[in-house]
Design a protein around this ligand. Structure first.
Ligand SMILES: NC(=O)c1ccc[n+]([C@@H]2O[C@H](COP(=O)([O-])OP(=O)(O)OC[C@H]3O[C@@H](n4cnc5c(N)ncnc54)[C@H](O)[C@@H]3O)[C@@H](O)[C@H]2O)c1
Length: 370
């Protein structure tokens, strides 16, 4: 198959969809890989590394779209890319269709085959191509929290782990899923006194088994949260209710009860946030202060560490890319139910229920097009 990797053109997107190692895997199997010049730069991969791996470099994005049967990307195509996509072309990338009617309509019009990372789903309902970014954001939340606890950043002037003779900082993590677990590991590793709150007893039993002794669990409810926020130094919001806006678990009135310089990191901000006073921020201006409490709520945290994020993402996406290249999308999806769930828009038809419902469009059963 002829595979194309364009350079991401969305603002501040430094990830790339294929590493030189991934290119080498595809080339080894007899596929042609075309990479747009400097596509890997933001993640620290040079054009020479791709060429050594057997890929061919193309100077412009038009060349890459013009040549490829399958485009592998990171972010959804944006407007200048719409007209470059042609009928029958396979696009394998994050789409998040339900949040953009313009994108959905554009992909319906050009009759491409859109396989979305975010809806590839395993039988246990987990989303294997979203997990790596949650892992990155979770680990980063503890790191950013530690930074903003420093006095120069406006925090309480505390070291997460304390020192001998001085108590460590107290970290509260609300939501013990992927993000919360990774945040807890990092904070606990630095010696903090960590509590994870969740509503799932089953999850907390598991966390209690695997976490070190400086991590405790506690049932998440308003009473407990109200009490806990008063003496915690770093509070990380990491809840998810699939398909719904995150609930406001920390309300405005609770800020007044926190210690000045407390740091709130609302990782769930991409789902609306679980702290009433947060709003999405960017890496250029990640924080703001309300009632002496620092709020960090960057909606695309993995964007700050594109090299780690690219490697994490491509570890998860490459096996499917190989399958798609070897078998073609129809056969690959017929053989793999999880991958089939990634099909959203195909040949001018919406084949993913959530997308059809979001915009009142006709829904076609995915099996009818395979
Ligand atoms: N800002 C970013 O850059 C970024 C990056 C990746 C993920 N995220 C977001 O982080 C959030 C968490 O993602 P995840 O992958 O860890 O999800 P997950 O499904 O693995 O975990 C969510 C956890 O929240 C728990 N939960 C639900 N309601 C709760 C409540 N009321 N109180 C306490 N816990 C509750 C669930 O039981 C579950 O354990 C999501 O909103 C996700 O979109 C943000």
């Amino acid at each position: 198959m002829i595979i194309g990797v364009p350079k991401e053109i969305k603002n501040n997107e430094n990830r790339v969809a294929l590493t030189p190692a991934g290119a080498a895997e595809l080339v080894k199997r007899g596929h042609e890989v075309y990479v747009q010049a400097t596509a890997g730069m933001g993640s620290g991969f040079t054009d020479e590394e791709y060429v050594s791996a057997g890929a061919q470099m193309l100077p412009t994005i038009e060349d890459v779209y013009g040549k490829a049967e399958m485009i592998i990307k990171v972010k959804e195509p944006i407007e200048p890319e719409y007209e470059l996509i042609r009928e029958g072309q396979l696009l394998y990338t994050y789409f998040h269709f339900a949040s953009s009617e313009a994108l959905t309509n554009a992909m319906l019009r050009n009759k491409s085959v859109c396989l979305a990372y975010e809806t590839v789903e395993l039988p246990d309902r987990s989303l294997p191509l979203l997990v790596p970014m949650s892992e990155v954001a979770g680990r980063m939340s503890a790191q950013e929290g530690a930074k903003y606890l420093e006095k120069t950043y406006g925090g309480r002037g505390m070291l997460l782990g304390g020192v001998p003779g001085v108590h460590p900082a107290k970290v509260l993590i609300i939501g013990g899923g992927i993000v919360g677990t990774e945040a807890a590991k990092m904070a606990a590793g630095l010696g903090a006194d960590v509590t994870i709150m969740d509503v799932s007893l089953k999850r907390m039993r598991y966390l209690d088994d695997i976490m070190p002794a400086n991590v405790k669990t506690m049932m998440s409810n308003e009473f407990n949260i109200r009490q806990m926020v008063q003496d915690h130094d770093l509070i990380i919001g990491a809840v998810l209710i699939p398909g719904a806006k995150a609930p406001n678990l920390i309300t405005r009135d609770m800020l007044k009860t926190m210690k000045p310089g407390t740091v709130l990191v609302d990782v769930a901000i991409d789902q609306g946030g679980c702290i009433e006073t947060t709003h999405p921020t960017t890496h250029d201006e990640p924080t703001f202060v309300i009632d002496d409490v620092i709020h960090y709520s960057v909606a695309n945290m993995p964007g700050a560490v594109p090299r780690t994020s690219t490697l994490a993402l491509t570890n998860a996406t490459l096996p499917h890319a190989i399958d798609l290249a070897e078998k073609g999308w129809k056969q690959a999806c017929r053989e793999d139910n999880s991958l089939k769930k990634g099909l959203n828009v195909v040949d001018g038809k919406v084949v993913y229920k959530g997308v059809a419902e979001a915009f009142g469009l006709t829904y076609y059963d995915v099996d009818s097009i395979l």
